[in-house]
Each structure stands twice: as structure tokens, then as C-alpha cells.
Design a protein around this ligand. Structure first.
Ligand SMILES: [Fe+2]
Ligand SMILES: [Fe+2]
Length: 164
């Protein structure tokens, strides 16, 4: 009786034994990569621009100081291109960005310029400017401004198309 119980216990222990390399430690999730989450507004061109900008902000959050300047320059160019696309979409629809919308764009470009200057000066503040100032400003901008232009563009009889 006792022998059988022992065997069952032994078998049970063996069945629950984890294969090599699959112990508790390996189940621990890998260190989370930064992920800037931005609201989708439901317009393909605008959402694609935000996605690329968000990914670039992720790279900046993860970059070491040697690589950050190139990523900041890339972000500056992505932002400028995206803002121009929004202007062109509205123009093609016979409208234009409102003053508040255009002002937000200028403020975000200025934040990016400040981050680039910080990287050039080596004061170590550029990442903080992007993650703590630019990303929150972009989130608000998308929710309060871009969402409205997406709604406007998506409800036109003939939504404008950008030609590259
Ligand atoms: Fe936008
Ligand atoms: Fe915008």
C-alpha cells in the first residue's frame, strides 16, 4: 500500500517536472520594450503617420546616447511630413487646418527642435523632452484635433486622396 502510494507520488512529481529551460525563470516575461500608444482616428493616412511617429518615439526611448541624435532628426522629419500631409488633405478637401491645429503642429516641432539641441549639447535631457513633453502633447493633439479632421475627411462625399 505504502509502496504504491510512494510510486504514485513519484510519478506525479515526475509528470509535473518542467523540462529544462522552461523553469519559472524562463517564464518571466522579457523586459518590456517601450510602446507609445496613440489613438487611432480611423483615417488610413493619418493613422499610418501616427504609427510611424510612435515607433520612432519608442526607438528614442530605447536609444543609447550615441544613437539618439539620428533618431531625433528622423522624428523631426516624420513629424514635418505628417503635418504637411494633414494640411494637404484638408487643402484637397477645399478646407484648411484651423489656427489651433496649426499652432499645435508648430509647438510639437519646436519641442522636437529643443530635444535635438539638448542632444547636440549633450545635456542628457532630449529623451525626457520627447517622452514627457512631446508624446503627451501628441496624444492630446490626436484626441482633440486630428480626430476632428479625420471625421470631417471621412464624411465627405469624395474623400481626398494624397498623391505621392
Ligand atoms: Fe496627426
Ligand atoms: Fe494634426
Amino acid at each position: 500500500m505504502q509502496i504504491g502510494a510512494h510510486s504514485a507520488q513519484h510519478r506525479s512529481r515526475n509528470m509535473t517536472k518542467r523540462p529544462r529551460g522552461q523553469g519559472r525563470k524562463s517564464r518571466k516575461p522579457a523586459k518590456r520594450k517601450t510602446r507609445v500608444k496613440l489613438l487611432a482616428v480611423g483615417h488610413d493616412v493619418i493613422d499610418a503617420g501616427h504609427e510611424t511617429i510612435g515607433e520612432c518615439c519608442d526607438r528614442i526611448a530605447e536609444s543609447d546616447s550615441g544613437a539618439i541624435e539620428a533618431q531625433l532628426q528622423r522624428l523631426r522629419s516624420l513629424l514635418a511630413h505628417h503635418f504637411q500631409n494633414e494640411e494637404l488633405l484638408l487643402k484637397a478637401a477645399g478646407s484648411s487646418l484651423c489656427g489651433c491645429h496649426a499652432l499645435d503642429h508648430r509647438i510639437m516641432l519646436a519641442l522636437c527642435d529643443r530635444a535635438i539641441r539638448s542632444a547636440t549639447d549633450g545635456d542628457g535631457k532630449s529623451r525626457k523632452v520627447i517622452i514627457k513633453e512631446l508624446v503627451p502633447a501628441l496624444r492630446k493633439h490626436i484626441a482633440y484635433r486630428d480626430q476632428l479632421i479625420a471625421l470631417y475627411l471621412n464624411t465627405l462625399d469624395t474623400p481626398p486622396v494624397l498623391h505621392s
